[in-house]
Design a protein around this ligand. Structure first.
Ligand SMILES: [Zn+2]
Length: 371
């Protein structure tokens, strides 16, 4: 039977928690990682009506983009509708998990989904990209034990470089040691200096694999006291970051592209900030969620149009004065995550034989309506 922890650890390979922005309350929101899961529902938001939908559909795991608990609870007073929602979740044994800015920042995640939907080509990361912290491990083993050690390290993804697995480098040399009376040497005798033909094996590994790799290394090493070096290396891990910038296939006017966005996101209306709505543009940036404050970065990267949600009145003024054009289709366009998450979970469900029933919330959780 598949548990919450199995599902979220598969998800962490795709959008690891370290990719989340500081202070973002991602991860387990409510419930237990040990809970068994039969039916999973993906949603953009966890709102009281979404919880009722989950109960009605006998869902036991809600996977959301927006964390359910942005504000910590001080009193669990059930007069508060938010608290009543938590109580309903607990009463029905529904676990809630959130993948927020880690999903925004992930390669192939939210911002790539938006860029793809918006037909942007040759996209790159909009905000300064970050790199995953990498480590280099060098371990010294007797030459005869080297193949076993290399296999053990490779099995926990040490030495994974892009599309290449089991990458390592070896040097042969001589190791020396003198065990004292308390030692239990695998090779050599207490009190006498021993020389062993050894191999130094070097591999790279991402920070998030550090404990698994060290555990594998200690398990595979024949010595009582394995000798190894482990150090941080710079700028090597996978790049990730917020927002995307790319090109339109053909130049279009701001107005035409605004109409296109209305259509693809099924919007009744959207807000346009532009001094020249009839000007043709081709370099477009997008950032899902509330990205108004990042318009200078879009402009710096040559964007002629910036698409993001929740642009405020004064930010609108600043954008207008800067000469950039912007579209605010609202925050709710992120609901495209429902179909995309469903695709991912469907794929992993088959690959891992989880036998889960999977659904997406059918509710529109946009708090705004237009009349
Ligand atoms: Zn959002």
């Amino acid at each position: 039977m598949v548990k919450v922890k199995d599902i979220v650890s598969r998800f962490a390979e795709f959008a690891p928690p370290f990719m989340a922005e500081k202070g973002d309350p991602i991860g387990l929101q409510l419930g237990s990682l040990e809970a068994e899961v039969h039916k999973l529902m993906v949603t953009l938001d966890v709102r009281p009506e979404v919880v009722q939908e989950a109960i009605k559909n006998k869902v036991d795991f809600i996977f959301a983009h927006h964390p359910a608990m942005f504000k910590p609870i001080k009193q669990f007073d059930l007069a508060d509708p938010q608290n009543r929602m938590y109580a309903e979740l607990l009463k029905h044994n529904i676990t809630v998990f959130a993948a927020h800015t880690n999903l925004d920042n992930a390669n192939g995640g939210m911002n790539d989904w938006l860029a793809e939907k918006m037909n942007l080509k040759k996209t790159s990361i909009l905000l300064p990209a970050k790199h995953e912290q990498m480590f280099k491990l060098a371990v010294f083993v007797p030459q005869k034990d080297a193949p076993k050690m290399r296999a053990a390290l490779g099995a926990v993804d040490a030495g994974k470089v892009g599309n290449y697995n089991n990458c390592s480098y070896s040097l042969e040399g001589v190791g020396r040691f003198q065990p004292n009376n308390q030692a239990h040497p695998t090779i050599g005798k207490k009190g006498s200096l021993t020389e062993v033909e050894e191999e130094k094996i070097e591999v790279v590994l991402p920070a998030r694999k550090k404990s698994a790799v060290l555990k594998a290394m200690f398990t595979a090493h024949p010595y009582e006291e394995p000798v190894f070096d482990l150090f941080k290396i710079e700028e090597f891990g996978q790049k990730y970051g917020m927002g995307r910038i790319g090109f339109l296939e053909e130049p279009q006017t701001v107005r035409q592209y605004a109409e296109f966005c209305k259509k693809i996101f099924k919007l009744q209306s959207l807000r346009v900030v532009s001094k020249e709505p009839n000007k043709k543009i081709e370099r477009v940036a997008v950032l899902g969620g509330s990205g108004g404050k990042f318009y200078p970065e879009a402009q710096q990267q040559g964007a002629q149009l910036y698409v993001t949600g929740d642009i405020s009145y004064h930010t609108g003024h600043d954008i207008l004065a800067s000469g950039l054009s912007a579209l605010d289709p609202g925050h709710h366009i992120e609901s495209i995550c429902k179909e995309k998450l469903l695709e991912l979970f469907t794929k992993w469900n088959v690959e891992n034989d989880w036998k889960l029933r999977l659904i997406a919330s059918k509710l529109n959780t946009d708090p705004f309506m237009f009349i």
